[in-house]
Design a protein around this ligand. Structure first.
Ligand code: UN1
Length: 493
C-alpha cells in the first residue's frame, strides 16, 4: 500500500521525505505499506483543514450529518472480509478477531447514525412557570484522536464517529503499527462523501504535535498510562483544551467457590489469551477461591495447552503473534520477573522458534500461581501479553481486596451462581466495565467504555463520548413581560 496522509479531502504526501513501514508481525519480511513520518508542517495543515471545515459542518443539521454515517456503514459492510484480513495481517490477531474488530467499528457507525433522530438534550422545568429551560449540546471544535494498534479499525471509529456526528471535526493520528488500516478508514470516509476537512488522518510519530497544537480543543487517547499521563500534563497547560484518555488495565476475573467451572475456564481463556492478551480489557489476574483452585487450575492449564498459535489468517488459530520485538522483550522480562518474585510456574511461556514461528513475534502463554503481594510488580503492572497469574483467595472479601490491589480499574468479571456475591463484587470492586459469568473482554459500543484510577480520566468513551465532545449548555427563555428570578431577585428601587 502506498501510504499517504488524508488532509482536507485529499490523499497527500508528507512535507518531509522521511517514511516508515508497516509490517506483518506474523511475517516480518512482509512490508504492508510505507507511510509519511509527518512533521509539524503536516500537522498544522491538517489542523487548519479541520478548523476551516468546522464552521460549515457544525451548522448542518444533526440529521444531515447522520446521513454520511449511513453511507459510511454501507460501504464498510460491503468490504467487511477484505478489511478484516488487512486488520489481521497488520496487527496479528486471529481472523475471527479481525472480523470482530470490523464488526465493532460498524456497530459504532450504526450507533451514531441511530442517534441522530433521537433527542440529545433535555427539557427542564424552571422554578418560574413563565420560563422554558433546556440543556442543549454544542460541539467543541477540532478533536485530535490518537489510537493504538490493537483495535486498528474499531477504536478510531469509537472516537471519530461520536465526535463528527455531534458537529466536531477530527484529526486522527493512528498507531504506526497499523497505518494501513487507518488509511482504509480514510478511504471509506472519502467514499462516503464527508466534506473535506471533517475527517483527517496524519501518520507517524506526531501525536505530541497534535496534543500541543493551540487549535485542537479535545484530545482523545487510547493507549498506555505513561503516554496518557504525559498528555494530561500538556493539556493542563491550555485554557481551551481537555482530554479523555483510556489507559490500560490490570484486570481480573474472579472465580468464586460456587462457580460453574465450564463458564469459569472458558471465560478465563478468552479473557487472558484473545488478542494474545494484548487488550486493555485482557485479564492478567485470575482470582480463584481456594475450594475450586485445584480443579480450575488443572482445567485451565489443560485448555491453555491446546491453544493453537500460528498464522492468524488460519481460521483454526486462536493466538497470532504479539505486535513487535519491543512487546516480545517486555513480556519475556515480566515472565522472568514473575519467577524472581516467587511465582510457581504452571506453563512456561516464551518465544516460539522454528518453522513458521521464525518469521514472526510468536509467544506462548505463561501461567503461574502466586499469592497476592502488594509489593509484587507482576501482579500490579500491565504486561500486555499472554501472561497470567492465578491468585488463590479464601472468600469473597479477600477476592475484592485482591481485585482492588492495583492502581488500575478497567474491567472486572466474576463467575458465580450467587446473586448476593455478584452484587458485592458490583458494589465493592473498582472498575469501569463489570461482567457476571462472562469474560473481561468484549464490551459493546453502546455502553460506556472507560475505567477508574490509572485506567482512565473518568470520561468514558464509546457511546458516552458524547459527553466529552459536546458542551452541555443551559438555555432559558422568558415568556413573561416581567423578569422573575428563581432566587427572588427583583429590581424594586
Ligand atoms: C482495547 O483493548 O483497547 O472490550 C479495547 C473489549 C473490546 C475493546 C478493547 N470491545 O475487549
Amino acid at each position: 500500500m502506498e501510504g499517504k496522509n488524508y488532509i482536507n479531502g485529499a490523499f497527500v504526501d508528507g512535507a518531509s521525505v522521511d517514511r516508515f513501514e508497516s509490517r506483518n508481525p506474523a511475517n516480518i519480511d512482509e512490508v504492508l505499506g510505507i507511510f509519511p513520518l509527518s512533521s509539524e508542517k503536516d500537522v498544522n495543515v491538517a489542523v487548519c483543514a479541520a478548523q476551516d471545515a468546522y464552521e460549515g459542518w457544525r451548522k448542518l443539521s444533526r440529521i444531515k450529518r447522520g446521513e454520511y454515517f449511513d453511507e459510511f456503514a454501507q460501504l464498510i459492510k460491503k468490504d467487511h472480509e477484505e478489511i478484516s484480513r488487512l486488520v489481521t495481517k497488520e496487527c496479528g490477531k486471529g481472523i475471527i478477531e479481525g472480523r470482530a474488530d470490523v464488526t465493532e467499528g460498524i456497530h459504532m457507525v450504526q450507533y451514531v447514525f441511530s442517534t441522530v433522530r433521537m433527542p440529545h438534550g433535555d427539557v427542564i422545568d424552571s422554578e418560574i412557570p413563565g420560563k422554558d429551560a433546556f440543556m442543549r449540546r454544542k460541539p467543541k471544535g477540532v478533536v485530535a484522536a490518537i489510537t493504538p494498534w490493537n483495535f486498528p479499525f474499531a477504536i478510531p471509529l469509537w472516537l471519530i464517529c461520536p465526535s463528527v456526528v455531534e458537529g466536531n471535526t477530527v484529526v486522527l493520528k493512528p498507531s504506526r503499527e497499523t497505518a494501513c488500516t487507518a488509511q482504509k478508514i480514510a478511504e471509506y470516509a472519502h467514499k462516503a462523501g464527508f466534506p473535506p476537512g471533517v475527517i483527517n488522518v496524519v501518520h507517524g510519530g506526531c501525536g505530541d504535535l497534535l496534543v500541543r497544537h493551540p487549535d485542537t480543543h479535545v484530545v482523545l487517547f487510547v493507549g498506555s498510562n505513561d503516554t496518557g499521563s504525559e498528555i494530561k500534563k500538556i493539556v493542563a497547560g491550555f485554557h481551551n483544551k481537555m482530554c479523555a484518555c483510556e489507559m490500560g488495565g490490570k484486570n481480573a476475573l474472579i472465580v468464586l467457590d460456587d462457580a460453574n467451572l465450564d463458564i469459569a475456564v472458558n471465560a478465563a481463556i478468552i479473557s487472558a489469551f484473545k488478542t494474545s492478551g494484548q487488550r486493555c480489557t485482557s485479564a492478567s489476574r485470575l482470582i480463584v477461591h481456594e475450594k475450586v483452585l485445584a480443579e480450575f487450575e488443572r482445567r485451565f492449564a489443560e485448555t491453555t495447552k491446546r491453544i493453537k498459535i500460528g498464522d492468524p489468517l488460519n481460521e483454526d488459530v486462536f493466538m497470532g503473534p504479539v505486535i513487535n520485538q519491543a512487546a516480545m522483550d517486555k513480556i519475556a522480562q515480566y515472565n522472568e520477573l514473575a519467577r524472581k518474585e516467587g511465582a510457581e510456574v504452571l506453563l512456561d511461556g516464551g518465544r516460539l522458534d522454528g518453522g513458521l514461528y521464525r518469521k514472526g513475534y510468536f509467544m506462548s502463554p505463561f501461567v503461574y500461581r502466586m499469592r497476592n503481594n502488594s509489593k509484587s510488580r507482576v501482579l500490579r503492572e500491565e504486561v500486555f501479553g499472554p501472561h497470567v497469574a492465578i491468585i488463590p483467595v479464601k472468600n469473597v472479601d479477600e477476592a475484592i481486596e485482591v481485585h482492588n490491589d492495583t492502581d488500575y480499574g478497567l474491567s472486572c468479571a466474576v463467575i458465580t451462581e450467587d446473586f448476593r456475591k455478584a452484587r458485592r463484587i458490583r458494589e465493592d470492586c473498582e472498575y469501569g466495565l463489570g461482567y457476571v459469568n462472562l469474560p473481561t473482554i468484549g464490551a459493546e459500543v453502546h455502553l460506556p467504555f472507560g475505567g477508574v484510577k490509572k485506567s482512565g480520566t473518568g470520561l468514558p468513551s464509546a457511546s458516552t463520548l458524547i459527553d466529552v465532545v459536546t458542551h452541555r449548555t443551559a438555555w432559558t427563555i422568558n415568556h413573561d413581560v416581567e423578569i422573575k428570578m428563581a432566587q427572588g431577585l427583583t429590581v424594586k428601587l
